[in-house]
Design a protein around this ligand. Structure first.
Ligand SMILES: *Cc1c(COP(=O)(O)O)cnc(C)c1O
Length: 466
């Protein structure tokens, strides 16, 4: 399997290549040359397999000849051994048609663990095979940083440096990053906000000398390996609900569009997903686009579902590429115009095609609290704020009564304040994190100055190369 860029000007790479590259050199995103397809019989044969086995079989065609199947299988088993639920991704029925797909039983209690735990093992394997070392540097407002650290802590050939805005993440989020005790992990608290952290990371990537000196790499959701690793959980849930012999819908709390794109990928493989409900908080660019073809950038304001506080959904470019008939010129022009004018000019015919499959949904913070309360009262189910928005979308936007898989993307204990406001108590952390508040923290505070950060990263990395 080879991968091509949505903007058509980067070299085609195999799976190992795109894993290490992340973003394509022309600024585009890598996509598989063709989507693998599974026949109905092949899909039915996957029913009942343990999750790591099913995941290996679904991911195998994306990996192609980059890894032997037995190696992929071993890495999947290792990746999901860190999950605390025997089903890895349990499906919980909440009403005759509504099902919550719990994606938060990994080490950091959010769905990003599903992709990043596997990515950590894939990185380690591919780097060892190539005898290479990388330095991952990333900025986080919370969830991604902790999941990336959990996925790479203690891995050979990888150093990871995560920047977070000092004093501006939640206690749970900061402690999940800073209590990890591994000598390849460096946490930097930057005296600034999240945008400052992101600007520092961009400046480091823009410095060609520094970039090659430390072999800089990123872990954001633009890496197609992450998308591939998110497809199996939709497949297993859909099989449980009767696919490929019964059509269904999915509802996905959406930020960067990676998770809902993975659901769309499951449909390309042969799972009959007829509707994709794209759930947003009041930062509703995707809802405005799907409702009225208005993809225009507006200021982001904080919400109770911080992982969806976005201006631009980077993975949307992949969907656009597909709905433009995989035309890289057209994709490139539209992305340039979007960057230049803050508005994406999608032709009405293309927009209508997207609308045929995708429906937007937006919910305010107050309504999110009400939804958490209602779900608790009616189904005795505790949903985190992100999940609650997907549940509301599934109830309100399912006119033909399809079975709906709602992605439950975070454990409610990650958002104790919102839960307490809704139901009057704070949910306890699961046992493996129960002592999180007693563990020693490890981080360094630094000024908002990219050259100072570059110096610290260089010094940190040197101790390993020495
Ligand atoms: C990252 C995240 C999302 C958004 O997922 P995307 O793939 O970026 O659309 C939703 N909910 C939670 C809890 C997250 O951590």
């Amino acid at each position: 399997m080879l991968y091509l860029s949505t903007r058509g000007q980067a070299e085609h790479l195999d799976f190992s290549g795109i894993l290490l590259a992340g973003l394509a050199s022309d600024g585009g995103l890598y996509m598989p040359e063709t989507w693998p397809e599974f026949s109905a019989a092949e899909l039915r044969a996957l029913r009942g397999l343990p999750y790591p086995e099913l995941a290996a079989r679904i991911i195998a065609p994306f990996v192609g000849s980059s890894l032997p199947f037995a190696t992929l299988q071993t890495l999947c088993r290792r990746a999901y051994a860190s999950f605390t639920h025997p089903a890895i991704v349990p499906l919980i029925q909440l009403s005759p048609t509504l099902h919550a797909l719990e994606l938060f039983h990994g080490p950091t209690l959010a769905f990003k663990d599903l992709a990043l735990q596997l990515a950590g093992h894939l990185f380690e394997h591919v780097l060892a095979a190539r005898d290479q070392k990388i330095t991952i540097v990333g900025a986080t407002s919370g969830d991604t940083g902790s999941a990336a650290i959990a996925a790479t802590a203690g891995r050979k050939n990888i150093d990871i440096v995560i920047l977070h805005p000092a004093g501006k993440t939640s206690d749970v989020q900061r402690r999940q990053m800073t209590t990890v005790n591994a000598n390849n992990v460096l946490n930097l608290a930057i005296e600034g906000n999240f945008d400052d952290c992101q600007d520092i990371v961009k400046a480091l990537f823009a410095d060609g000398g520094f970039r090659s000196e430390v072999n800089l790499s990123a872990v954001n959701s633009i890496n197609f390996a992450r998308i591939a690793a998110q497809i199996p959980y939709y497949v297993t849930a859909a099989l449980t609900l009767g696919a490929p012999d019964r059509p269904l819908a999915v509802a996905v709390p959406t930020g960067n569009f990676g998770n809902v794109l993975a659901a769309w990928g499951a449909a390309q493989l042969g799972i009959p997903i007829e509707k994709f409900l794209v759930a947003s908080n009041h930062n509703d660019i995707l809802h405005r686009f799907l409702a009225s073809n208005d993809m225009s950038i507006q200021a982001v304001t904080p919400s109770l579902s911080p992982s969806m506080d976005i201006q631009v959904s980077s993975n949307f470019e992949r969907l656009l590429f597909e709905f433009l008939g995989r035309d890289p010129e057209a994709t490139r022009l539209m992305m340039y115009e979007f960057r230049a004018n803050g508005h994406m000019p999608v032709k009405p015919a293309v927009w209508r095609k997207i609308r045929g499959q995708f429906t937007g949904f937006t919910l305010s913070d107050d309504a999110t609290i009400a939804e958490i309360r209602r779900t608790w009262r009616e189904a005795k189910y505790l949903a985190d704020p992100h999940t609650a928005i997907a549940l509301a979308a599934a109830r309100e936007q399912n006119p033909i009564g399809l079975p709906v898989i709602a992605a439950a993307t975070a454990h409610p204990a990650k958002f104790p304040d919102a839960i307490e406001k809704a139901v009057g108590f704070r949910p306890p952390l699961p046992p493996h994190l129960a002592d999180l508040y007693d563990r020693g923290e490890n981080y360094e505070t630094m000024p908002n100055d990219w050259t100072a950060v570059a110096g610290r990263v260089r010094q940190f990395v040197k101790r390993n190369f020495a």
